[in-house]
Ligand binder design. Structure first.
Ligand code: PAF
Length: 274
């Protein structure tokens, strides 16, 4: 594995790559969820690039940028073991200059749910993903379905800007009890890990009801909110179409159920595609 920190070194290292290039962008603190993306990308491509970059432009004022978990040493070992060809770990200075041209999240899809609660987050996320896709020269880029809205917006950016890359959506990875894996789970203390299970339990409750024939969105949301009473604060429960439009009835094959809630220190998100 070659580890590079500058854009020049990345361009040099890329000259040795052949065939399809799989790319997994991350913010580090790698967990089993990242590993499954990296392993899938390894299996499906001739070459593999992973980036670790805690992107400041996607954190809002007062969010956990400084406290965001960083585990560079362990992450480097993991990437080596999985067989990553190039690990790109740029500095903020090498990625950004002052007064940059920016890409904006779309006015509707980019400003509901996560976009409404974290205004500006998706602008910063799209800005860095555009840079990373261009720098990596990826033919296939892998993103988890856990960040469902992020995945939808990246897919839209690739379409709208005619980028020559295939976006590969990857399944959510959960622990043995059902908690969706996230770098922020390390903040969960004491009983919070148990209480955090209410997010996946609420999604399971909705699934059971849908299977039994209940398709009414308001009724499903009410049932989910009961399960979510274990959380400290629920930010939203939403049942929307796969292109993030409001639904009155669940449409099988075209629906995402999403939840965001605070449990202790971390704000957690989870979702289910039905
Ligand atoms: O999902 C993430 O970890 C980040 O949003 C991403 C895609 C690496 C961009 O910084």
């Amino acid at each position: 594995m070659v580890m590079v920190k500058t854009i020049e070194a990345l361009q040099e290292a890329k000259k040795l790559l052949q065939g399809t290039i799989g790319f997994v962008p991350t913010m580090g603190a790698l967990h089993q969820g990242h590993l499954s993306l990296i392993q899938q990308a390894r299996k499906e491509n001739d070459s593999l690039i992973v980036s670790i970059f805690v992107n400041p432009t996607q954190f809002l004022e007062g969010e956990d940028l400084d406290a965001y978990p960083r585990k560079d040493e362990a992450d480097i070992k993991i990437c080596e073991l999985i067989g990553v060809d190039i690990l790109f770990m740029p500095t903020v200075e090498s990625m950004y200059e002052a007064d940059e041209l920016c890409i904006g999240a779309p006015a509707v899809r980019g400003y509901v749910l996560e976009g409404e609660k974290r205004p500006g987050h998706f602008d910063g996320m799209l800005q860095v993903v555009m840079k990373l896709l261009n720098l990596s020269g990826a033919t296939h880029a892998y993103f988890g379905k856990k960040d469902a809205q992020q995945l939808a917006l990246i897919t839209q950016m690739v379409k709208n800007y005619f980028l020559d890359v295939n976006i590969i959506p990857c399944e959510i990875v959960r622990d043995e009890k059902g908690l969706a894996l996230s770098s922020r789970n390390v903040y969960l203390r004491g009983d919070e890990k148990e209480r955090a299970l209410c997010l996946s339990s609420a999604l399971k409750r909705a699934t059971k009801l849908v299977i039994s024939g209940e398709l009414d969105v308001e009724k499903l949301k009410k049932e989910m909110l009961e399960v979510l009473s274990e959380a400290d604060r629920v930010e939203y429960v939403a049942i929307v179409s796969r292109d993030f439009k409001a639904l009155k009835k669940v449409e099988i094959g075209n629906t995402i159920i999403l939840v965001a809630a605070w449990v202790g220190k971390p704000r957690l998100i989870d979702n289910l595609w039905i």
